[in-house]
Design a protein around this ligand. Structure first.
Ligand SMILES: Cc1ncc(COP(=O)(O)O)c(C=O)c1O
Length: 360
């Protein structure tokens, strides 16, 4: 069979982080007013922080180089190097941040079992302790939630978030929200980003994922919290200087990219429906809540790594998320015709009968 690679451009669905800046972003960079943000002098960064705080209805916000640094700075600002961090076991902060929680922030991870990124609230209640250290137990420094979930793009319900917050706040424990894809969650729930961020003392979102900015995350919270965060950002080496170049892209991202995320969700659902038609075992369409489609290949003789390699032979790039699941992420550079090609590629691989094609 002729490889589609010869004729077709690569469809990169590994993540929405692969999005390139828009022409309007490049344009805004060239006219951005700049200063030394390490000294609080960059007007464009200040404007991004002001707009972000307003969007999330928090007192203040801070621009950081990445979502990972933003999470580390947030948990440290809540805890000052001591205590446990409770969250759902598969959340990014436990799974994908290289142990920074312990190695950099000095905190002890307390991952709880959950479903689709939502922790078990009874488990949470069982593990919550007042933040201060007692003679026999490490206190809970902070509780973390994540929406959308980085593995499957699922969204926490507001009821779940309310339950988590109520229990945490009753115990005197602050809550941090990793909202790397907060605006996807807001669109999926049909509410504002601030309605979600209301269930957290601090919230972070990424500009560099489906919003298409090249770099950057924002952390929002109370004025006192953000002042502490500013210090920890410096400690991590995250003070940027003429960062207005990047903040300019972030401002454009907030102005022009949020609304179009709904299109990504529609395309992801269309992909899920198409894959389900090829074989219902591949995808459960109702599980697709935002811009991610998790494909289950556990029923085939091949693992996710082998499927990923087979798809890349056809110029379709995907990422394994476990031994038998791979993730396809829809973003600005993936349109309806890309999805049609992805479906043709899956059908082609499927027709070759993976049990023989991928015999172990
Ligand atoms: C939920 C979540 N949090 C944090 C991050 C980290 O963001 P960054 O890659 O900017 O460090 C990611 C990255 O994909 C993410 O999905």
């Amino acid at each position: 069979m002729q490889k589609l690679t010869a004729v077709a451009p690569v469809i990169d669905m590994r993540s929405d982080t692969v999005t390139k800046p828009t022409p309007a972003m490049i344009d805004r960079m060239t006219s951005a007013e700049l200063g030394d943000d390490g000294r609080g002098d960059d007007p464009t960064v200040k404007e991004l922080e002001r707009v972000s705080a307003t969007l999330l209805r928090k007192e203040a916000a801070l621009f950081l180089p990445s979502g990972t640094m933003s999470n580390h700075v947030a948990v440290l600002s809540h805890s000052s190097f001591r205590g446990e961090v409770i969250g759902e076991a598969s959340s990014h902060i436990f799974r994908s941040e290289m142990g920074g929680l312990s190695l950099l922030a000095g905190l002890y991870p307390r991952p709880l079992a959950g479903r689709s990124g939502a922790m078990d609230v009874d488990e949470l209640a069982a593990w919550l302790r007042p933040p201060s250290l007692t003679s026999h137990a490490l206190g809970t420094a902070v509780v973390c939630m994540e929406t959308t979930h980085s593995v499957g793009g699922t969204v926490l319900s507001l009821d779940h978030m309310r339950d988590v917050c109520t229990k945490s706040w009753e115990a005197g424990v602050p809550v941090h929200l990793d909202g790397a894809r907060l605006f996807n969650a807001a669109i999926a729930l049909g509410v504002s980003a601030s309605a979600i961020a209301a269930f957290a003392d601090s919230a972070t979102f990424c500009l560099s994922k489906a919003l298409s900015a090249p770099v950057g995350s924002v952390l929002a919270g109370s004025r006192v919290f953000i002042e502490r965060a500013r210090g920890f950002r410096k400690m991590f080496g995250g003070n940027l200087r003429q960062a207005g170049l990047l903040a300019a892209c972030g401002l454009v991202a907030l102005e022009e990219s949020i609304e179009r995320l709904a299109d990504d969700h529609v395309i992801a659902r269309r992909l899920a429906d198409g894959l389900h038609r090829i074989d219902p075992r591949l995808v459960s369409p109702p599980d697709v809540a935002t811009n991610m489609v998790v494909v289950n290949v556990g029923w085939s003789a091949a693992g996710a790594e082998q499927w990923t390699r087979a798809l890349s032979d056809y110029a379709v790039l995907t990422a394994p998320v476990s031994r038998d699941k791979l993730r396809l992420v829809v973003h600005r550079h993936v349109n309806v015709s890309s999805i049609e090609r992805v479906l043709i590629v899956f059908a082609e691989i499927y027709l070759k009968r993976p049990a023989t094609l991928f015999a172990r």
